[in-house]
Design a protein around this ligand. Structure first.
Ligand code: ADP
Ligand code: FRU
Length: 303
């Protein structure tokens, strides 16, 4: 447990769910009967995955989000504890559907096909977020989902920063992934903007380099833009306007790319917490994400 005066924490606010992976050596043809190689039940959700990576890489990490009570919740929360992630502020709801994803992993290509079920579970609200004592955190990473509430959370952290000393300011990062959630509020407000390939493509960019240049002109002067692009690696640009690129690191055989982006984000946050130069940060992110693609799940990612 974090003690005042000790290391402050990285908080990840967003989705946690149950991922059920069916692992096949091919992608099934519609309306055929297939047999899996194995099935894996594990915690999922962008922010839950990133928090587990941050914790493994040596930072104190906490996750906040909502869950439906029940056995599935016990399972994913136990897994978060095993990763060393604090979950004390997760908001539990009775009588709601449990958020889950059915995922087909094709080990031949490493591709992951996600079918997410997210029916009636309420998202984290601003008033629930306000229960947190912001003095405990050095970094808060938001997933761009319920933006009406999340934008208020970002504002609250910014207000905290205005009255905090330099060393107590919280770094704010935001992930723009799914355009349907309209995460644009992050662009002009966060310190570190994660632009996913899916979001960049939605905005007409065809490479990470173009996306980084495009979004860099729209972020705060002091902000950094980071964009991962699958097998093409990742690019970034910090406040100095210097463009960085790192190729992806091949794990040998790619077996499971599920959560590669979440792993990358977690590794970037951990590396930035160590104040590494941006090109080193990017290399570290790609190394950890590449290693993840060569294995199932998120364990053993520490270098
Ligand atoms: P997402 O999970 O959001 O689709 P990406 O596919 O963009 O994320 O991947 C994030 C990072 O993971 C990439 O920048 C790269 O470093 C790594 N990565 C993804 N796919 C591969 C791959 N096939 N081989 C090696 N590294 C990969
Ligand atoms: C991977 C992931 C999965 C989850 C899905 C939700 O990036 O977070 O763990 O099921 O995305 O979209």
């Amino acid at each position: 447990m974090f003690q005042p005066g000790g290391d402050k924490k990285v908080l990840c606010a967003g989705l946690i769910c149950l991922d059920i992976l069916s692992v096949l050596d091919h992608y099934p043809v519609e309306d055929t009967d297939n047999r899996i190689e194995r099935q894996i039940w594990q915690k999922g959700g962008n922010c839950a995955n990133s928090a587990a990576v941050v914790a493994q890489l040596g930072e104190q990490a906490e996750f906040i989000g909502t869950l439906a009570t029940g056995r599935a919740a016990d399972m994913v929360l136990d897994e978060m504890r095993e990763f060393g992630v604090e979950i004390d502020h997760v908001v539990m709801h009775d009588g709601c559907d449990f958020p889950s994803s059915t995922i087909i992993i094709n080990t031949h290509t490493g591709s992951r096909t996600i079918i997410h079920a997210d029916k009636d579970l309420p998202e984290l609200t601003f008033s629930q977020f306000q229960q947190l004592d912001l003095n405990w955190y050095k970094w808060i990473h938001f997933e761009g989902r319920n933006m009406t509430e999340v934008s208020q959370m970002v504002n609250a952290v910014q207000e905290f920063n205005h009255s905090a000393s330099m060393e107590d300011r919280i770094i704010i990062s935001g992930e723009c992934e799914k355009a349907k959630y309209q995460p644009e509020y992050f662009i002009s407000t966060v310190d570190v903007l994660f632009v996913a390939k899916e979001y960049a493509q939605h905005h007409g960019f065809t490479t990470a380099k173009a996306a980084v240049h495009g979004f860099h002109s729209r972020v705060k002067k002091s902000a950094t833009v980071v964009c991962a692009w699958g097998e093409a690696g990742a690019d970034a640009m910090g406040p100095d306007g210097v463009h960085h690129h790192t190729d992806a690191y091949s794990p040998g055989q790619v077996v499971d790319t599920l959560g590669a982006g979440d792993t990358f984000n977690g590794a970037i946050i951990a590396a930035m917490c160590r104040s590494l130069p941006l090109d080193e940060v990017l290399k570290f992110g790609c190394r950890v994400a590449g290693r993840k693609c060569g294995q199932f799940g998120y364990r053993g990612l520490r270098e």
